[in-house]
Design a protein around this ligand. Structure first.
Ligand SMILES: [Zn+2]
Length: 194
């Protein structure tokens, strides 16, 4: 084993370890060429950017159990809210898909009404998310997961209603309910997200 010292752009040093001197030197070269700050400085910079984004966008100050928790939640919030426009198009795509599915079973206004219900349910979460000031909201679960659960619940509600009205049969209802489970919706949201 061999150690070598790398100096980051922030001026801090870190010791890197390699199996031998050549490998330690290669790691130092790679890190130097990459040209970043040390991990602590990089995280501190991410935190200030997150707080700055909050000031710029008028998001509330977060409250939590410690400064450390609040800082981490602020970073998670900034990441999540940055992705809002893309997430909204994901919701729109899921709602469009649902309208088309419903249109296979029923004619008239219902497919469009259901489309709107799905879209509104998802959009409402995105609309209220920026006002969430509890650090735990941002740490406990992913915004995409919250949206996916609500979209899934809405579509399953529709499938149940259609079956109750006799507009689709039980087998079709069960098929749609399986199709619209949370993980299925989550993966379609994520695919738009990427
Ligand atoms: Zn540093």
């Amino acid at each position: 084993m061999a150690n070598a010292t790398v100096t980051f752009t922030c001026g801090h040093h870190e010791t890197v370890t390699g199996r031998n001197r050549a490998e330690a030197a290669r790691k130092v070269k790679w890190l130097t060429e990459k040209g970043g700050m040390c991990r602590d400085c990089e995280y501190a910079a991410t935190i200030s950017l997150a707080h700055e984004a909050a000031r710029t966008n008028g998001w509330p100050a977060l409250h939590g159990q410690s400064t450390k928790q609040v800082d981490f939640a602020a970073v998670k919030r900034a990441e999540a809210l940055k992705a809002l426009p893309v997430l909204l198009s994901g919701i729109s795509a899921v709602a469009d898909g649902w309208r088309d599915t419903v249109a296979e079973a029923v004619a008239g206004e219902l497919p469009d009404l259901y489309r709107l219900a799905v879209y509104d349910a998802g959009a409402a979460i995105l609309h209220s998310a920026p006002t969430e000031a509890d650090a735990r909201f941002w740490l406990d679960s992913d915004l995409i997961d919250r949206v996916a659960s609500v979209l899934s619940e809405t579509m399953i509600g529709h499938a149940k209603a259609l079956a109750a009205e006799g507009l689709i049969d039980q087998r079709t209802r069960d098929f749609w309910m399986r199709l619209k489970n949370v993980s299925d919706v989550r993966s379609s949201l994520r695919s738009v997200h990427l």
